[in-house]
Design a protein around this ligand. Structure first.
Ligand code: BES
Ligand code: ZN
Length: 611
C-alpha cells in the first residue's frame, strides 16, 4: 500500500482509471441514484483493486470482458473518507463495472423538494464534489493526483433537464437494455428522458458535476450562457450581472494563455448552494447571492474563471497543497479584476482579503498547522479546515514574488508555469523547483521555506496601498473613537467598500453605536449579503439581540457557508451567551434540512465545539 493522498484509499502502485462511463437513474422520490460506473484502466491489473466510496450501496462488480462477477468488499465507513471498496481481480482486467445506489444523505448531493427551489414547482438536485465528495456519487480513485475523462447518461423525469461540466451530446427517450444492471431504467421509459454528456479533457474527480431541475438559459456571450431555474426575471438579471464574462475570458487568455475548455457557461443554483462559486469546468456553479445588480458578482466569476488555468489545468496533487489551487487563483482573479474594473477595485479586494487572512490566522491560533501554506492533513476532514489561509497567504506569497521580480518577468513566468504543467497534478516542491529554475537566485531574496512551511504571516507580506483603501480603514479607526462616517463620505460606496469598513471595525463595539450605524445606513437589511452578514456579526458580538430576527431570517434564507460560519460562530463562541446558544440551536434545527449536507456538517461541528 502506497498512499499518495491522506484523503484517499487509492494505492499509487495501482493503475489509475483514465476513463469512466456512468449511467445514472435519478430517483427523486427516494433521493437516490441507481447507477453503474464502468472504470477503464490504461494497463490491465490483477490483485486487489482499491477504490474510494462513501455512502454507496454496491450491488455487484463485474469484469465486463467476460461478464463474470468479481468478489468485492466495503470497509466500515470512516466519517470523512468513507469506505474502501476492494475488488479482487484474480485475472488481469482492464476495466470493472460497478452497479450501486447512492444514499439519500450522500455528502455530494443536495436533493431539493419543490418548495426548497426558487420556482417551487419541480424537484432539483446538484453535486458539490470538492474536496472529497466525488466518491459519494461514484466509486473512483478520488484523489486529484488522478485524472479522468468521462461520459455520462442521466436518466431523468421528462419534464426536467440536465446540465454537466461536460459537453452535451443530446437528449433521447430511454430504451430497454440501455443500462444493464439498472433494472428500473427499463420500467418507466415513457415518462423519462436520457441526457448524454462527454468530457474529453482529463479532470481530477472533484471537478465532476451535474445539476438536474427545471432549467432555462440565456445567452451572455459568444462562449457563455447562463443557466438557472427557468424564471425569465432571474435569467435576465443574471445575464446582466455577468455581461462582462467574455471580456474577462479574453483578459485571462492574455495573461495566462489559451482558454482550453471551449465553453464558459454559468449555472446559478438555488439559495442553499454552500459556496460562492465552484469552478466546474465548462460550467461554473454559482450562488444566487452573487447577483446584486451592480456587476460586483463579476469578482466571483473572475475567481472561478481563473481556476480554468490554476486549479483545473494545473491541479494540486492533494489537499495539503490546496494553496496551489486557491492562492494562484486569488492572484489571477485580482489581475483580471484589475484589468476590467481598475486598480482601486483590485486593491479593495486585496484589503478585504488581508483582513480575512488576519482573522483566520487568529482563528487557528491553537492549531497553527493550518496557518501554513503546505500543511499536514493526515486524519483531517478538509471541510473542517477550510479557511482564507490558502487563498490569501497564497496570494501574498505570489504578490511578494511579483514585487521582487517585477510584473513583466512574473507574467512571463506564470505563462510558462501554466504551459509546462497543464493537465498535471503537482505539489508545492514541484512549484518551488520550477520557480528556482526559472528565476535564478529567488531563494536568496525571499525565504521560500518560511513562506511555504512556516506558520503565521511573514513580515514581508503587505497591505495594499490605495486611496480608497486607506480612507476606508482610517474611517473605521475613527469609528472606534465614536465618529460615524458622514453621508458625503459614503455617497459612492458599494458593497465592497462597506464590507471593508465593517471588517476593519473592532470585533465588538457599544450596542448604541451598532444601532446608530444601522439607523443611518440600513446595513442589517442590505441586499448585499457580504454587508449584511458583516454587520450582523458585529451586532451579535456587540450583544445587540434586536437583530436576532434578521439573523434568523438570514440563516434560513441562504446556505452559503461563508455566511453560516461567521454567524453561527458569533452566536456560540465565548463564555456565557446562554441565550445566543439556545437561539443558535433552535435556528439550526429548523434550518438544517434546507442546508447542503456539507454545510450541515460544518455547522454541526461549530456547534459541537462550543455547546
Ligand atoms: N474551489 C472553491 C470552492 C471550494 C473550495 C469548494 C474548497 C469546496 C472545497 C471556489 O473556487 C472558491 O474559492 N469559491 C469562493 C469564491 C471567492 C473566493 C470569490 C467562495 O465560494 O466563496
Ligand atoms: Zn477558488
Amino acid at each position: 500500500m502506497a498512499p499518495i493522498d491522506p484523503h484517499s484509499y487509492a494505492d499509487a502502485t495501482q493503475p489509475f482509471a483514465t476513463d469512466v462511463s456512468l449511467s445514472l437513474y435519478f430517483d427523486f422520490p427516494s433521493s437516490t441514484l441507481h447507477a453503474s460506473a464502468l472504470l477503464s484502466f490504461p494497463t490491465p491489473f490483477a490483485g486487489t483493486l482499491v477504490l474510494d466510496s462513501r455512502h454507496l450501496s454496491v450491488h455487484a462488480v463485474t469484469d465486463p470482458s467476460s461478464d463474470s462477477p468479481l468478489p468485492f468488499s466495503l470497509s466500515s465507513p470512516h466519517a470523512a473518507l468513507g469506505s474502501r471498496l476492494s475488488i479482487s481481480l484474480a485475472n488481469a482486467a482492464s476495466s470493472v463495472l460497478v452497479t450501486y445506489t447512492t444514499s439519500p444523505s450522500s455528502s455530494a448531493l443536495q436533493w431539493l423538494s419543490p418548495p426548497q427551489t426558487t420556482l417551487g414547482k419541480s424537484p432539483f438536485v446538484y453535486t458539490q464534489c470538492q474536496a472529497i465528495h466525488a466518491r459519494a456519487v461514484f466509486p473512483c480513485q478520488d484523489t486529484p493526483a488522478a485524472r479522468i475523462r468521462y461520459s455520462a447518461r442521466l436518466n431523468i423525469p421528462a419534464g426536467l433537464s440536465a446540465v454537466m461540466s461536460a459537453r452535451h451530446l443530446g437528449r433521447h427517450p430511454p430504451f430497454r437494455g440501455e443500462a444493464p444492471g439498472i433494472p428500473v431504467w427499463d420500467d418507466f421509459v415513457e415518462e423519462r428522458v436520457v441526457e448524454e454528456f462527454v468530457m474529453d479533457q482529463p479532470i481530477p474527480p472533484y471537478l465532476f458535476a451535474f445539476a438536474v431541475g427545471e432549467l432555462g438559459s440565456r445567452e451572455v456571450g459568444p462562449r457563455t450562457r447562463v443557466y438557472a431555474e427557468d424564471d425569465a426575471g432571474l435569467l435576465k438579471e443574471a445575464a446582466r450581472e455577468f455581461a462582462g464574462a467574455e471580456g474577462m475570458i479574453r483578459e485571462g487568455e492574455r495573461l495566462f494563455g489559451e482558454y482550453e475548455w471551449e465553453r464558459f457557461d454559468l449555472l446559478v443554483l438555488p439559495r442553499s448552494f454552500p459556496y460562492g462559486g465552484m469552478e466546474n469546468p465548462r460550467m461554473v456553479f454559482l450562488t444566487p447571492t452573487v447577483i446584486k445588480g451592480d456587476g460586483s458578482g463579476a469578482q466571483v466569476v473572475a475567481h472561478e474563471l481563473a481556476h480554468s488555468w490554476t486549479g483545473n489545468l494545473i491541479t494540486n496533487k492533494n489537499n495539503e497543497h490546496f494553496w496551489l489551487n486557491e492562492g494562484f487563483t486569488t492572484y489571477a482573479e485580482r489581475r483580471i479584476v484589475e484589468a476590467v474594473q481598475g486598480e482601486e477595485m483590485a486593491a479593495l479586494n486585496v484589503g478585504i482579503g488581508w483582513r480575512g487572512l488576519n482573522q483566520d490566522i487568529e482563528r487557528f491560533k491553537d492549531n497553527p498547522e493550518f496557518t501554513k501554506l503546505k500543511n499536514n492533513q493526515e486524519g483531517i476532514d478538509p471541510d473542517d479546515v477550510y479557511s482564507q489561509v490558502p487563498y490569501e497567504k497564497g496570494f501574498q506569497f505570489l504578490w511578494r514574488i511579483e514585487r521582487e521580480v517585477g510584473r513583466p518577468a512574473f507574467d512571463e513566468f506564470l505563462k510558462k508555469y501554466i504551459a509546462t504543467f497543464k493537465f498535471k497534478s503537482i505539489d508545492t516542491e514541484t512549484f518551488l523547483e520550477f520557480l528556482k529554475a526559472n528565476i535564478p537566485g529567488i531563494e536568496n531574496q525571499i525565504d521560500l521555506v518560511l513562506w511555504t512551511e512556516g506558520v503565521g504571516i511573514p513580515a514581508d507580506a503587505h497591505e495594499p496601498v490605495s486611496t480608497i483603501y486607506t480612507q476606508i480603514v482610517s474611517l473605521a479607526n475613527e469609528f472606534k473613537s465614536g465618529r460615524m462616517p458622514r453621508e458625503d463620505e459614503v455617497a459612492d460606496w458599494q458593497g465592497q467598500q462597506w464590507e471593508l469598513y465593517l471588517e476593519n471595525l473592532p470585533k465588538s463595539v457599544e450596542a448604541s453605536q451598532v444601532l446608530a450605524l444601522d439607523a443611518r445606513y440600513k446595513l442589517a437589511t442590505s441586499k448585499d449579503y457580504e454587508v449584511k452578514v458583516a454587520f450582523l456579526q458585529l451586532a451579535i458580538n456587540s450583544g445587540c439581540r434586536e437583530y436576532f430576527i434578521e439573523v434568523e431570517k438570514t440563516l434560513k434564507d441562504v446556505g452559503r457557508m461563508k455566511y453560516l460560519r461567521p454567524l453561527y460562530t458569533a452566536l456560540v463562541q465565548g463564555p456565557g451567551r446562554e441565550e445566543e446558544k439556545i437561539f443558535a440551536k433552535r435556528v439550526f434545527s429548523e434550518a438544517r434540512e434546507g442546508y447542503h449536507p456539507i454545510a450541515q456538517g460544518v455547522v454541526e461541528s461549530i456547534l459541537s465545539k462550543h455547546l
